[in-house]
Write a protein that binds this ligand. Sequence first.
Ligand SMILES: [Mg+2]
Length: 288
Amino acid sequence: MTWTRVYRLRIGDRDFRLLEGPCGWGECSPLPGYACSASSALSAATEAAVRTWPTPVRDVVPVNALVTGSDLDPTALAGFECIKVKVGRRDIRSDISLVSAVRDMVGPSVAIRVDANGAWDETTAELVLTSMARYGIELAEQPVGDIEAMARLRRRVSVPLAADECVRSVDDARRLRSLRAADAVVLKVQPLGGMWAALNVAETAGVPALVSSMMETSVGIATGLYLAAALPELPLACGLATVGMLERDVTRLPLVPEGGVLAVRRVVPDLDLLAVVSADDRLHETES
Ligand SMILES: [Mg+2]
């Protein structure tokens, strides 16, 4: 028998539920249109509230900067050892020239990865990644949609591939491994149903794992941070430097990086800020 208290709020046009429980705070905030089931997001939030969190094996987690558009801001990229460029939303020439511009801006020693969120077909992905290889691409996240397509593409390009949206369960991770479909796996707490499930997915996938956010508040980012801190090895920067992309946060001490890393800590929201952001601030008490 345990308890959770649910705080409902809206940020922009998105619904957030923050769950408080005896073990901490969790977040349920499926992103409309994104591959994340409502039930796995709720499981993740409940787990953070009522289950012991994984034990960190490191104090800081390296994170990447994010480039989503073509207006590059050098100050936003300064201090990061890895830059992730969102691709697949424009024509391929624009994507290639954006990656070229980022490489010119950051110099040769900073890692650049691209993330297409499964937007390309195999032919396009092969063409673009072959062309981008000259800029030194660390990883291409989810260039194509499914595990089988990833496996085929991986044999035709030199750029390492990371699986993200095509892995949503341990079964998916098992198939990824058996088809040798990726060089790395991206873990997200909510779509995978929690920190412990995500650790299981990482172990099953048998490739290096990194953690990225689903554009959560600092409460959700903290669970991603603990997941990243608990991975036995973490050779790749994580996509957890995203709270600045939300209109507002739920704490006065947001999880923002310093010097390209996030210090591992928990987050307790400031209740007055929850009230401020609340368009629907019902209080629930449940027992399970
Ligand atoms: Mg991704």
